[in-house]
Design a protein around this ligand. Structure first.
Ligand code: SF4
Ligand code: FE
Length: 485
């Protein structure tokens, strides 16, 4: 079944027996849990749209491995056109969900692991790429969601993995067996982990020789023996436990992050893609991060579209269509949002094939994209809050609106432009609250800051890739300044 439907996806999750802690309890039925379900709905949209003829070209493609029609989220990019379509698909999904739809981390992991393992095989005579491609065929054939797990807990940041007081602060190999390896450690902030069928683990940073047990990449089923999830809290998450659908702001969709703990998990040999080859860990991190920095050019601009639309709706609901300063703010928001998107498209259009044939984005432009993403959504949010006004944080609850005494008073005093109901006005305010202060702000703001690496990580890459000496040389030539001065 190369293309699962959204309901088949949701049903497939029910078959997995995952151990998940949420708010101090082990959860039995996570698929229907009111805090978790919106994040499953968001990921399910990657299946839903793949069956809609108008989005077929963006959401599906032909597998380079099997020649079959597959969901694009399981594809190895074969051209710059594939890279561009990826960003367009992500913008569309951001628009349709208003949140992080989670499936990109595995997608970015596939493309990074493919080219790096290919180079390892060529240079070391290993067979990691062969194994990886067999694994990816399985993922494509079954249309699976795979969590790309990179970020370790890292302990004391001053110390390398093998120098840590607690050796488990980075995922590492604790035993080598004839038929596989045993791993231990944890991956933090894992987007969509619980909604995934599989976990693809990669090292979190460049490793040295003494850290070679930490230079490990592998894939395991998400419910493999020894794996435990601890669900991350989001601002205002318990609103999802209340009755009604106004106060949550985005009732249908949401993002998800969790800590994944690996307590002596066995990984069969055919699912190990790096084991000790520390020299390749840096390239894997750099490429995965590069792809995910490209991804943000799509998903964050899509969510930005929702926020800009909400700001325009507020403007109309408040009777301010003619206020030129608000129109100006909307244009400013659009400018920032389209700049993010432009960077996503630019790094894709400038992509090049790697030796495996899989296309890699232009790393400099992908880093510029992500550095902009660490800033612009904050400014877009500031402008949206400016337009929304104080009601954004003083609006009474949905229950007050339903109360026989308080409700009519709220209807009377929060009425604005007569063509819009007070409830619609509340709904739009709550959506802006969700995106800039609530559950949605996890994905739209803090994830924009730290996801795919914090700003400093992009600045280091930009400094490295900039070729400053060339810039100095052309300036010297034009100014007539001799070499060596
Ligand atoms: Fe995809 Fe964006 Fe979520 Fe990353 S943050 S998984 S790119 S939607
Ligand atoms: Fe992310």
């Amino acid at each position: 079944m190369p293309l699962m439907t959204s309901s088949e996806y949701i049903e497939s999750l029910r078959k997995q027996k995952k151990r998940i802690f949420l708010a101090g309890e082990l959860i039995d039925n996570y698929v229907d849990h009111p805090i978790i379900r919106p994040s499953i709905n968001a990921c399910a949209m990657t299946y839903e749209l793949s069956h809609q003829p108008e989005y077929e070209e963006l959401l599906t493609t032909t597998s380079s491995l099997t020649g079959k029609r597959i969901n694009r989220f399981t594809h190895l990019h074969q051209s710059t056109d594939d890279l561009v379509k990826k960003v367009k698909m992500q913008r569309l999904l951001g628009q349709r969900t208003g949140c992080c739809f989670q499936r990109c981390v595995g997608f970015d992991g596939f493309n990074a692991v493919d080219s790096v393992t290919f180079e390892m095989d060529q240079e070391l005579g290993t067979e990691y790429n062969k194994r990886f491609r067999e694994y990816l065929k399985y993922v494509q054939e079954n249309d699976l969601v795979v969590d790309g797990a990179m970020t370790d807990t890292k302990g004391n940041r001053r110390l390398a993995p093998s120098d840590q007081e607690d050796p488990d602060q980075f995922v590492h190999v604790v035993e080598r067996k004839k038929d596989g390896i045993v791993v231990r450690g944890a991956k933090a902030h894992q987007t969509g982990a619980i909604n995934s069928h599989e976990i693809l683990v990669m090292p979190t940073q460049t490793m040295r020789e003494q850290d070679k047990d930490y230079a490990v990449s592998f894939a395991v089923p998400a419910d493999a023996q020894g794996i435990l999830y601890i669900y991350g809290r989001q601002s205002c998450d318990t609103r999802r436990l209340e009755e009604g659908d106004v106060d949550v702001g985005n009732a249908m969709f949401g993002g998800q992050e969790a800590l994944i703990v690996f307590s002596d998990v066995f990984v069969p040999r055919e699912r190990v893609f790096m084991c000790g080859e520390y020299k390749y860990s840096g390239a894997l991190v750099e490429r995965f991060a590069g792809y995910h920095r490209q991804s943000y050019g799509g998903c964050k601009s899509g969510v930005g579209d929702v926020l800009i639309g909400a700001a325009q709706a507020v403007m109309k609901m408040q009777g301010l269509e003619k206020a030129s300063h608000i129109k100006e703010k909307l244009v400013e928001m659009i400018h920032l949002n389209e700049t993010i998107y432009s960077c996503g498209i630019a790094c894709s259009a400038e992509g090049k094939p790697t030796t495996s044939g899989t296309y890699l984005i232009d790393l400099m432009l992908a880093n510029i994209c992500k550095l902009n993403v660490t800033r612009f959504p904050y400014e877009i949010s500031r402008l949206a809050q400016d337009i929304a006004g104080g009601l954004l944080v003083t609006l009474p609850s949905e229950k007050d609106f339903a109360h026989p005494e308080a409700g009519p008073l709220l209807e009377k005093y929060f009425r604005s432009a007569s063509s819009y109901s007070t409830e619609d006005r509340s709904r739009i305010q709550r959506l802006i609250e969700n995106l800039t202060l609530g559950m949605g702000a996890v994905g739209y703001l803090t994830e924009s800051m730290h996801g795919a690496g914090s700003p400093q990580a992009q600045k280091i890459m930009i400094g490295r890739l900039a070729n400053l000496d060339y810039k100095e040389q052309i300036a010297r030539e034009l100014a007539g300044v001799k070499k060596g001065n």
